[in-house]
Structure formats: C-alpha cells, structure tokens
Design a protein around this ligand. Structure first.
Ligand code: HEC
Length: 223
C-alpha cells in the first residue's frame, strides 16, 4: 500500500513538472544559479557621472596622446632604454595605411616602404587564395565557389573599371570592405593587404596577357 502512495506521489510530481509549469510568464528575470559576471556596475557610452568634475563618464584623451598602431617593435638603445624604432608606430603615412593621398583621393602604385618582389607577390597569392578566392575565384574572374551557393554579385577583376582602379582603392576595399563585401582588416595586416593588391594586379595582367608577355624562348611551347 505504501508503495502505491509513493508511486502516486511520483506520478503527480512528474506530471506537474512536465505539464503543470508550462507557459507561465513572469516579468521578473530568471533565477540565475551562476550569475558569473553578467551584470556589473558600468557606465554606458556618453552617460553622465557624478564622479568626475565635468559630469561626463567618457574621459577625454590626455593631452599629447598619439595614435597607437599594432606594428610596434620595441627596441633598446645602447643604454638599455626602450624605444620604438618602427616608422609604422604612428601609422602616420596615409598612403601606406589607408591607401589615400593627402587630398583624400586614392593613390596609385605602392607605398615607398614596400618593395614589390616575386616573394611579396607570392605572399599575396597565398593570402588571396585563402581570403579572396572563395568569392572572387582563383583567377579573379568572380567565379568563386560561393557563386554556386547564390552569391551572384561578386565582380570580376578583369573589367576596365577594376583594371583602371587605383591600387590605393583596392587596398581600401580590402581594409574596409565595400557594400556586401566585408572588411579584411582583421585578417590581413597592412602589408599583407598590399601583397594581395599586388597579386590582384598580377591576375589582371595575366588575364590580359599577350604573346609579347611570354619570353621568346618559351613561345614555341605554346599551343
Ligand atoms: C564573401 C565573398 C567575398 C570575399 C571573400 C571577398 N570579396 Fe571582394 N567583393 C565581394 C562582393 C560581393 C563585391 C561587390 C561589392 C559591391 O556590391 O560593390 C566585392 C568587390 C570587390 C572589389 C571591387 C570593389 C569596387 O569598388 O567595385 C574588389 C577590388 C575586391 N572585392 C577585392 C577583394 C579582395 C582583394 C579580397 C580578399 C582579401 C576579397 N575581395 C574578398 C565579395 C567578396
């Protein structure tokens, strides 16, 4: 008999827990067993603060603050003092870091700090094949694998507009994206972006190659 009561109690609890507690709404937050650090005292952007004399939570930059890039190499001088030798430290060169000239237009060619060697272009080829080819295709004709999944708007690099486009603008597209193309600044360092630009130029050159681009001694082997 006692066993029957236990069974009944168990079934009631089971039914209640499965069906009885459905659909209850509450405006109170759910019970948090482990609140971790989900909720903390903080200031939201542009909020006010009684703590600071000027009443602003956002603090202005201390005078003399300089922009800080990531390509910083700390070195030591002969007295053992640390200094930053990399000219990229301030990212002051707009052409190198934004592809832009002083008047804000996109520049042509490559920054003077960059030497376009075969090795550099091959670096660009590797990065291109990882990050760009899925959409733009290994030939740069816009026929990457994503096309067969419905991404139809990827342009070819071989039309006149993109062939005439300044190197700085291609750099800018990589750094900041364009319309439906996302930015690749988080995946490609500034110099890698230039390497990809160089490789895009190589693809364009290859797609418009003529017999004169082939060294005479190799022409015989062409079909
Ligand atoms: C996820 C797909 C995708 C990837 C990956 C991608 N692109 Fe694009 N790209 C696009 C699309 C789509 C457009 C057309 C954007 C538009 O609507 O103008 C575009 C446009 C461009 C343009 C032309 C911009 C213009 O002014 O018309 C360039 C140059 C370009 N991409 C270069 C690159 C390079 C270099 C990479 C690799 C770092 C890359 N893209 C990676 C999809 C992609």
């Amino acid at each position: 008999m006692r066993f029957a009561y236990y069974t009944l109690a168990f079934v009631v609890v089971l039914l209640l827990s499965v069906m009885g507690l459905r659909g209850l709404r509450s405006s109170r937050p759910p019970i948090e067993v482990f609140p971790d650090m989900d909720r903390q005292a903080k200031y939201k952007p542009q909020a006010g603060s009684k703590f600071f004399a000027d009443g602003r939570a956002d603090r202005p930059l201390p005078p003399g603050t300089v922009p800080f890039g990531r390509d910083v190499v700390a070195k030591r001088d002969k007295d053992g003092k640390t200094y930053f030798a990399d000219p990229a430290f301030l990212r002051a060169d707009d052409f190198h870091y934004e592809g832009k000239l002083a008047d804000g237009s996109f520049g042509r060619g490559f920054p003077t700090q960059i030497e376009v060697t075969r090795e550099f272009i091959e670096r660009g080829q590797g990065r291109y094949q990882i990050y760009c080819a899925p959409c733009h295709g290994t030939l740069g004709d816009g026929n990457g694998i994503t096309k067969s999944y419905g991404m139809l708007t990827t342009p070819t690099f071989h039309d006149d507009r993109l062939r005439a486009m300044a190197e700085g603008e291609i750099y800018g597209t990589i750094a900041h994206g364009k319309n439906t193309m996302l930015a690749y600044a988080d995946k490609l360092s500034p110099d890698d972006r230039w390497a990809v630009v160089a490789y895009v130029r190589a693809l364009q050159r290859a797609a418009h190659g003529t017999i004169n681009d082939v060294p005479p001694e190799l022409r015989g082997g062409l079909k």
